[in-house]
Write a protein that binds this ligand. Structure first.
Ligand SMILES: Nc1ncnc2c1ncn2[C@@H]1O[C@H](COP(=O)(O)OP(=O)(O)OP(=O)(O)O)[C@@H](O)[C@H]1O
Ligand SMILES: [Mg+2]
Length: 456
């Protein structure tokens, strides 16, 4: 007979305690401790225990045999790139996102495309009936008989159906609806989510099935359940987007088999999601050329450069404390850049409100966007537009120097591709690479130099 144990667990951070507490000592949140009745049975604990229960032996790394596992490419090239080149067999991939953002649509499309290539896919939906899934499948045009749909939430049944069907890919939509029969706490609770994930991981690692999990996101934007969930899986992807736009961004925040910071852009259409192959074009589509406060930067998103417009609005403040607002970039960087302008360029910005926005709803966090942000601020402050064919790349230091950035060649090439005629870049980045034809490359050393170049 398995042993029963009652404990309290924080639903945010997974902190465990034998008694109830109003405030979680782990994360400091109030009223997040839930009672969990846990049954400790040998099978559900320890994800890597071998089937027979015999512990495996440690061995020298040189004697471990590897077969180069070929990655399975999905028909979405963009998804492959985010995953680091395709799906690794036996991996566990978690996709999180706001309600209604299109997680089920994305995975159903991926399943369908894999099935069309003759790979067996099992799509388990705990949220929708088989008919509902079928309706969506009809809308996005799924035809392959290799795609199996299953509406189930019981982990034991799921395990059994995977054993019987032996699919290469399994989709679990969503992990919060699945429950383990041995655990009495409600589906979606910390111990349920943890044990079900552990069980699925065991299935993935022992059978080589790649499993996609859909995870709900809390209002703070994290995947619901303990952070532990993110540690357990191999890859964590977030699917995000603005409610008012039709495009969605898939980004990787953890990847054991590839680089993070990669992102892919999809457009949500009636017939499902469509890849956006040239995001720079999309982001620059609505740019009104020649208006003050707008500049363009070539920012690296993982291995790919994208051109994004940065807009600034600097106005006389009517408050004692001027407002500083930044959307899509770090507000502290904006304050820092404004301080550099005040101190080094003697610009009186203390009494100005400043609103900075990365157009198109993307988030940029690399330092190479500094120069463009700074130029936007100056452009709006002086009410003078920068050249419509100019692109700005560079990090700004505290003494007003323009610092070197990575992958300059790729950035300039992307700018050239989209018809920009001049790239203003750090002078330390000049030389040592081939300047593309048709674009003038100008190196600047300080903020003062850059301003002189931009506002001739
Ligand atoms: N006929 C349609 N035409 C265009 N877009 C549609 C259509 N039907 C649904 N959508 C889009 O699909 C989205 C729902 O997608 P989906 O159900 O895949 O989201 P989800 O992330 O799985 O949501 P949930 O968290 O509820 O499971 C809707 O928000 C809408 O944008
Ligand atoms: Mg869904």
């Amino acid at each position: 007979m398995a042993k029963k144990k009652t404990k309290f667990m924080c639903r945010d951070c997974g902190y465990e305690s034998p008694k109830w507490m109003g405030r979680c000592p782990g994360c400091g949140e109030w009223n997040t401790m839930d009672e969990e009745v846990e049954i400790v049975s040998k099978n559900t604990r320890g994800a890597f225990r071998t089937e027979a229960g015999v512990a495996s032996k440690a061995s020298p790394i040189t004697s471990v045999e590897t077969q180069e596992e070929p990655r399975v490419e999905t028909a979405f090239g963009e998804l492959n790139r985010v995953l680091g080149g395709g799906v690794v067999p036996g991996s566990l991939i978690l996709i999180g996102g706001d309600p209604g953002i299109g997680k089920s649509t994305l995975l159903l499309q991926v399943s369908s495309l894999l099935a069309e290539k003759g790979r067996r896919v099992l799509y388990i939906s705990g949220e929708e009936s088989v008919r509902q899934t079928k309706l969506r499948a009809e809308r996005i045009g799924v035809t392959s008989p290799e795609l199996y749909i299953y509406s189930e939430t019981d982990m034991a049944h799921i395990r059994q159906s995977i054993d019987e069907l032996k699919p290469e890919f399994v989709i679990v939509d969503s992990i919060q609806t699945v429950h383990h029969p041995d655990i009495t706490s409600a589906p979606g609770s910390v111990s349920q989510v943890r044990e079900c994930t552990a069980e699925l991981m065991r299935i993935a690692k022992t059978t080589g099935t790649a499993i996609f999990l859909v995870g709900h996101v809390t209002k703070e934007g994290q995947i619901a359940g303990p952070r532990l969930l993110e540690h357990m899986v191999d890859t964590v992807l977030y699917f995000e987007g603005e409610r008012h736009h039709t495009y969605r961004i898939l980004r990787s925040v953890k990847n054991r088999f590839g680089s993070t910071n990669e992102m892919a852009i999809f457009e949500m259409l009636q017939s499902g999601l469509k890849e956006v192959l040239n995001p720079s074009e999309l982001f620059l589509q609505e740019r009104s050329q020649g208006s003050a406060g707008s500049t363009v930067v070539a920012s690296m998103e993982g291995t790919r450069p994208i051109l994004v417009e940065i807009q600034a609005l600097v106005t006389q403040s009517s408050f004692n404390y001027p407002k500083r607002m930044a959307t899509g970039l770090d507000q502290n960087r904006v304050s820092l850049l404004m301080a550099v302008l005040e101190k080094r360029m003697n610009m009186l910005l203390q009494t100005s409100d400043a609103y900075i926005k990365v157009a198109g709803g993307v988030k940029l966090d690399e330092p190479a966007i500094d120069l463009a942000v700074l130029m936007s601020i100056v452009s709006s402050y002086r009410d003078a537009a920068v050249g419509a064919g100019d692109v700005f790349i560079g990090e700004v230091g505290l003494t007003g120097e323009i610092r070197r950035v990575s992958r300059i060649e790729q950035r300039v090439q992307e700018a050239k591709k989209l018809g920009f005629r001049r790239a203003i870049i750090p002078s330390s980045n000049m030389g040592g690479w081939d300047y593309p034809e048709g674009i003038t490359v100008v190196g600047v050393e300080t903020v003062a130099d850059a301003l002189k170049e931009a506002f001739k």
